[in-house]
Design a protein around this ligand. Sequence first.
Ligand code: AMP
Length: 291
Amino acid sequence: MKIIVADRTDPSGSSSIEQIRRWHRDLTGGPIIGLVPTMGALHEGHRSLLRQARQECDQVALTIFVNPTQFSPDEDLETYPRSLDQDLQVARQEGVDLVWVGDRDELYPAGFSTRIDVPMMAQQLCGISRPDFFAGVCLIVLKLFHIFEPERAYFGEKDYQQLKIIQQMTRDLDIPIDVRGCPLVRESDGLALSSRNLYLDDAARQQALTLSGTLFKARELWIQGLTHSAEVCQQALEQLDPAVELDYFEVIDREHLTPLEKIDPERGAVICMAALVDGVRLIDNIILETR
Ligand code: AMP
């Protein structure tokens, strides 16, 4: 009989929950499964997640599902880009072992009524103009975690707030999954890759480019020595096309997402932004590394 007692003074340094996980893994064994959840319309950003999973796991599972619970009634659920044939080709090229195309009725059958109470950090940034978004994201991610029981799951830093919320949910609920963040992938001209870029015409794409322009400027100011967030934001936002409707542009802590008045050179920060470009909501961010 094995006895595991929660004991913070355990000389091995591992918590009792970690010990239970190890016990479970030793019993069940099997290949390391890496999960990459997406809504399809795959691009280089998604490919980078698949590649990282391919390098680090024995089996790579890709899910494609445009999740209705994260869209509000006035958003683009019905028109969200869908390109399954191309996506399957991408999956083949990236050596994916299993593609799962989700179905609304299977995931949310009649009578489905459970909701997730999301971490506090969901109430700011995107959570202000999209109040139900993160509850929907957490719900589907939790379901996918249970369905696939992966050892690792891969999410992009493109959706920085989403990544941190999922990491916190996973920690808070003792879910035995390592949630890994992958760097944001951009077009060569700086535009952050997004399935929603497909909505942009040439003029709107030019305007959208000024989002990353503001972030690059902010990073430059930070590297030059500016530390007051208000100054960084004010000067950086001069780059933004006046036709762009800014939702938020905030300097926040990299882990807790709390707003920072001043950036500590030893902690760095992240700047997250969201804006409407010709009616298309885009998000972007940049990490200000320590210096
Ligand atoms: P989506 O299909 O937009 O829900 O995104 C699926 C996953 O791909 C999420 O974890 C996103 O953060 C990630 N992702 C989307 N765009 C990018 C990008 N440009 N760079 C890195 N990851 C991305």
